[in-house]
Design a protein. Sequence first.
Lengths: 492, 509
Amino acid sequence: MYPDRDFNIDENPPASAKDLAQDLNLAPLVDAMSRGDTFIHRVVLTALLHASGDPAVVRFRQDNLDDALANESVVRRLYELAINVAAEQRRHFWMGQQTQPSRIVYRAVQGIQLYLPHLRELKELADEVQDHFVSDGFRALFATLIAELNEDYLDEVAQHTRELAFPEGAFMSVELGPGGNGQNHTLRDPRRRRRGWLGRLTGGGKVYSFSVPSRDEAGFEALTDLLNRGTNSIANEVGQAVDHLSSFFAALRTELAFYVGSLNLRAALHAKDERTCRPSVHRWEEEILEFTDLKDVALTLQGPARVVGNDSRATGCDLIVVTGANSGGKSTYLRSVGLAMLMANAGMFVTASSLSISLHSGLWTHFAREEDETLSKGKFEEEVARMSSIVDGVCPRQWVLLNESFSSTNEREGSSLAEQVINALADSDVRVLLVTHMFDLATALQTRRGDSALFLQATRAVAGSTSYRLVPGEPLPTGFASDIMARLGGFE
Amino acid sequence: MSVLFATPSSDDRPTRLTDAADITDLALNQVLATIIDDADRDELLPYFLAGLRQPDDVRFRHEVWRDLEDASLVESLAQFAAALHQVDLRLQWSRDTRFNEERLSWYLDAALRYCHAIAVLYGVLEGASPRSRGLTAVRDYLSLYTNDPAFVALRDDATAARHELDQIRYSLTIRGATVRVGVFGGDDEYAAEIRALFERFNQGGATTTYRVAYRDSYSMNHVEAAIANRVAKLFPHAFATLTAFESAHGTFVTSSIRRLASEFKVYTSYHQFMKRFQPLELDFSLPEIVSSGDGVEVHDAFDVALANKLVRQSAKVVTNSFRLGPTERVIVVSGPNQGGKTTFARMVGQVYYLAARGLPVPGSSARLSLVDEVFTHFSRAENNTMQAGKLEQDLVRMKDILRRATSSSVVIANEVFSSTTVSDAVTLGTLALQRFVSLGCRCVYVTFVDELSRLDPAIISMVSTIDPVDATIRTFKILPRPADGRAYALVIAEKYDLTYDQIRARVGS
C-alpha cells in the first residue's frame, strides 16, 4: 500500500469520517468493494479516509492495481491463502491469557507448527507466479517471500520447535536472590548440554541431586514454579514469534485487501457497463481539477437507471460555487466530485472518462441536515457548532465541501456568516466546493473571488426532462422552487 | 531532632484537634484520606489534625517547605521513608522463617538497605545545603551517625558478605521429580537465538509481552530451601561469612531514625497531594503569616476537595480570590444558585485550616493570620424545609459557635436559617453577623439575603457570577461586587470562533 511503510488498518479515522460517510454516501461504494468481507471493508474505508496527498504513493498504488487487474486470479488466490490461515488460526489456536510461562511456550510451539506448512505454500506460490507481475509493490512482495522462506530456514524452525518440548529436562542457570531464593533463572540451550558440554557448563565440580517424593504436592508445585521461572526467560521470545507469524499473515492480508476490493468494484461496474479510468494525479500546488463524464459512483451502484455524468474544468480555482434550480443535480454533482477525490487519493480508478486531479491531504463535508440531531441546541447553532469543529480539524491543502450550509437561518445572516467562513478558508489554502441557493452569497463571492473561482449553474439536460447537467454560468437570483411547486401542483 | 516542631515542648502528640464535623463540612476528611495512605493513618493523621498556635512553629515548617521547593529533595525524603519500611519488612521475614539460609539472607538484605538509605539521605542533604532549622539538624545528626564505628562496621561487613553471594551462579536441571544442583559456568543466550530466528516476521507493530512478571518470592518453600541448602554446600565460604555477620550485629535501626522517617512522610504525602494539581495549573503557596489585626488576602485559590475530585476527570477547576482589609471581618456571599458559593466558602475555611498547620495553601499567593479554630455551620440542603426542629438546630449550633469563637477564629456559615421565612432570615442573620463583627473573628456567610451584605463597614459583599456572553454558562467565579446585571447579547459566530479573523488564526499554520 505504501512503497516505504506498512499500511495501518488501526489508524483512527479522521474527524471528518462520520460526516463523509453520511454526506457522500460511502456505503454503496464500500459495500460493493467488500462484498460482505468485513476485513476488506475496514481496509478500503481506511484507504479512502486517509489521504497521503503524495502523488508518488498514489502512483505506486495505481501501478499495483493495474497489476492486480491483469492478474486477478493470482491476487485472489494469495488473499484466500492469507484469509484461510487466519481462519485456521481462529479455529485451532489461541494463545489466550496464559499466566504460566511453560504454558506460553507449549502453546506457542503449537502455533508455530500451525504456520509452518503455510509458509512453505506461500514460498511455492511466489516461485510460480512472480514473473507475471511488473509493479514495484508486487515484485517486492514476491522477492521478499522467496528470499526469506528458503528451505534451510524452514527446517531450522522445525528443529527448534522440537527442542522446545524439553525432551531431556529443562536446564537453567540461577543466581542467589536477596532472601536466599534463586533469581534470574535463565533457560540454556539444551542442544549444547547434550553435545557433551555438560562438564564445562557445570564447572566440573560436584553435583548434588534430590527428588521430590511423589506424594508431595507442594513440592511439585514448587518444581513447576521453578520450571516456569526458567522458561520465563524464553517465553517472551517464543510467544512473540507466534505473534510475528500471525502479524506477517495479517499484513499480507491487509496489503492485498485493497486490491481485492478494487477487483470487486470493477466487476460490479462492468456488470452495469460503466467505464472507469486511471486518474492522472498531481501535487496540491498545481491546482489541477478537470474531468469528463464523471459519475456519482454510489448512485451508479445503487440504482438501475444510468447516471448522467458531468464535465468540469476547475484548474486554477480555489473555489467552486454551484447555484441554480432545486433538485437540479447540485448535490449529486457535489457527491460525485467528493467521491472521486477520495477514490483518486486512495489510488483507485474512478467512474469517469478522464480525471486530472491535485491530491489533497484531507476532505471535509458540511451538509445541511434534515433534522436536528442534538436537542440541546437550536438547528442553526448546531450547524454553526459543526462548522466550528470542522475549523478545528481542517488544515491547509485540504478541501471542504459545503452543501447549503447555514440555510437554517434567514438568508441575510446565513450568507454573511458563510461568506466569512468561505473567504477565511480559501485564504488559508483550503479549497471550497459550495452548493448554495443563496444568491447574496454567490454574488458576494463572485465579486471578491471571481478570478480564482468557478461558477456553475444547474440546468436541464433536455428541456422538460428530469436530468440535469451543470454548466458554467453566473449566479441567478432565484432557484426554480416555483417550477417545482408548479410541477407538484402546489400544496393543494 | 525533628522536622515538624521547633522546640521539644511543642513536640509530642497534638492536644487540640478540630471538630470532626468541621472537618467534614470543609470536606477535608476526603482530602486527608487522599493525602494519607491507609497504612499510615494512625501514624500521620494527628499531625494533620493538630493546629499550631505559635507563629515560630509555623515558621519552622515553612523553612522546611522552602527547602523542599527542590522537588528532588522531596523525592529523596519519600524514598528514605519507603526504604525504612522495606528494612522493617525484611527484619520481620528474617525473624519468621524456619530455614537457616533464608534467615541469614533477609537479615543481610535489611542491613544493606538500611545502610544504603542512610548514606543516600546524608549525601542528598549534604549536596542540597538545606537552610531550614529542621533539615540542617538532620544533616548534622547524620554526619555524626555515619561516622559512628558501629554504623561503619555494619556497612562494611554487609557489603563484603553480599559481594561474596553475588559471585554465586548455580545450575538447575529439572527432569520429572529430580533436581540436580551444580556450579554453573556457561553463557549461551538461548532467548536471543530464538528471537533472531523469528525476527524476519516482525512487522514492527504493537507486540504483546509474554514475560510473566514474577515477583521475587518472599518466603522460601521447602524445595527452594533444599536447593539453598545444596548451594550452601557448594559455596561453603560465602555462607560462613553470612553467619558471622548476623552474630556480629544485632538490632541496628535506631529510634531517632525511625521517628525521622515518620515526620518526613508528613511533608512527602502533602507534597504528593499538591502535585496532583499541577496538570490543572493550580498553585499552592506558603502564606505570609500576619497578626490577626492585619488585612488578609489569597489569590487564585480553589476548593481542594472539589479539585481533588475534578483532577481525576481532568476537568477544569475554577480559582477564586478574596481580600479583607484590616478593619474588614465578614464576607457575605450572594448571587445566582449553583454558582459556586458553597465551594467558595469551603475554600476559605480550608485555606485557614491548612495555614494553621504550617502547610502550603491553595492559591498563587496568600497572606493570612494564624487562627485557633475553623468553625463551620453548614445547612444540609435536603433538610431545607420549614421545620421548627431544623431552625432550632441551626440556632443551637450558632449559639455554640458564638460561645466558643474568639477573635482569632474563622466561622464558615453556609445558608444558615434558610429553613425559615425571609424576614426571619434577615433578623437572625443580622443578629449573628453583628455578633461576629463585634467578636472580631473572620467569617464567610453564604446567603440569599443580599441586604445582609450592607449591614456594616466590616462586611464586604461578594457574588457568584454568570458568563457575560452566555447566561446559561456558569463561571463559578465569586467576585467582590454588589448585585450583578446580566444583560449581554452575543454574536453566535464569535462564540464559536467563526469570524474571518478567528478562522484565519485557527487554520493558520
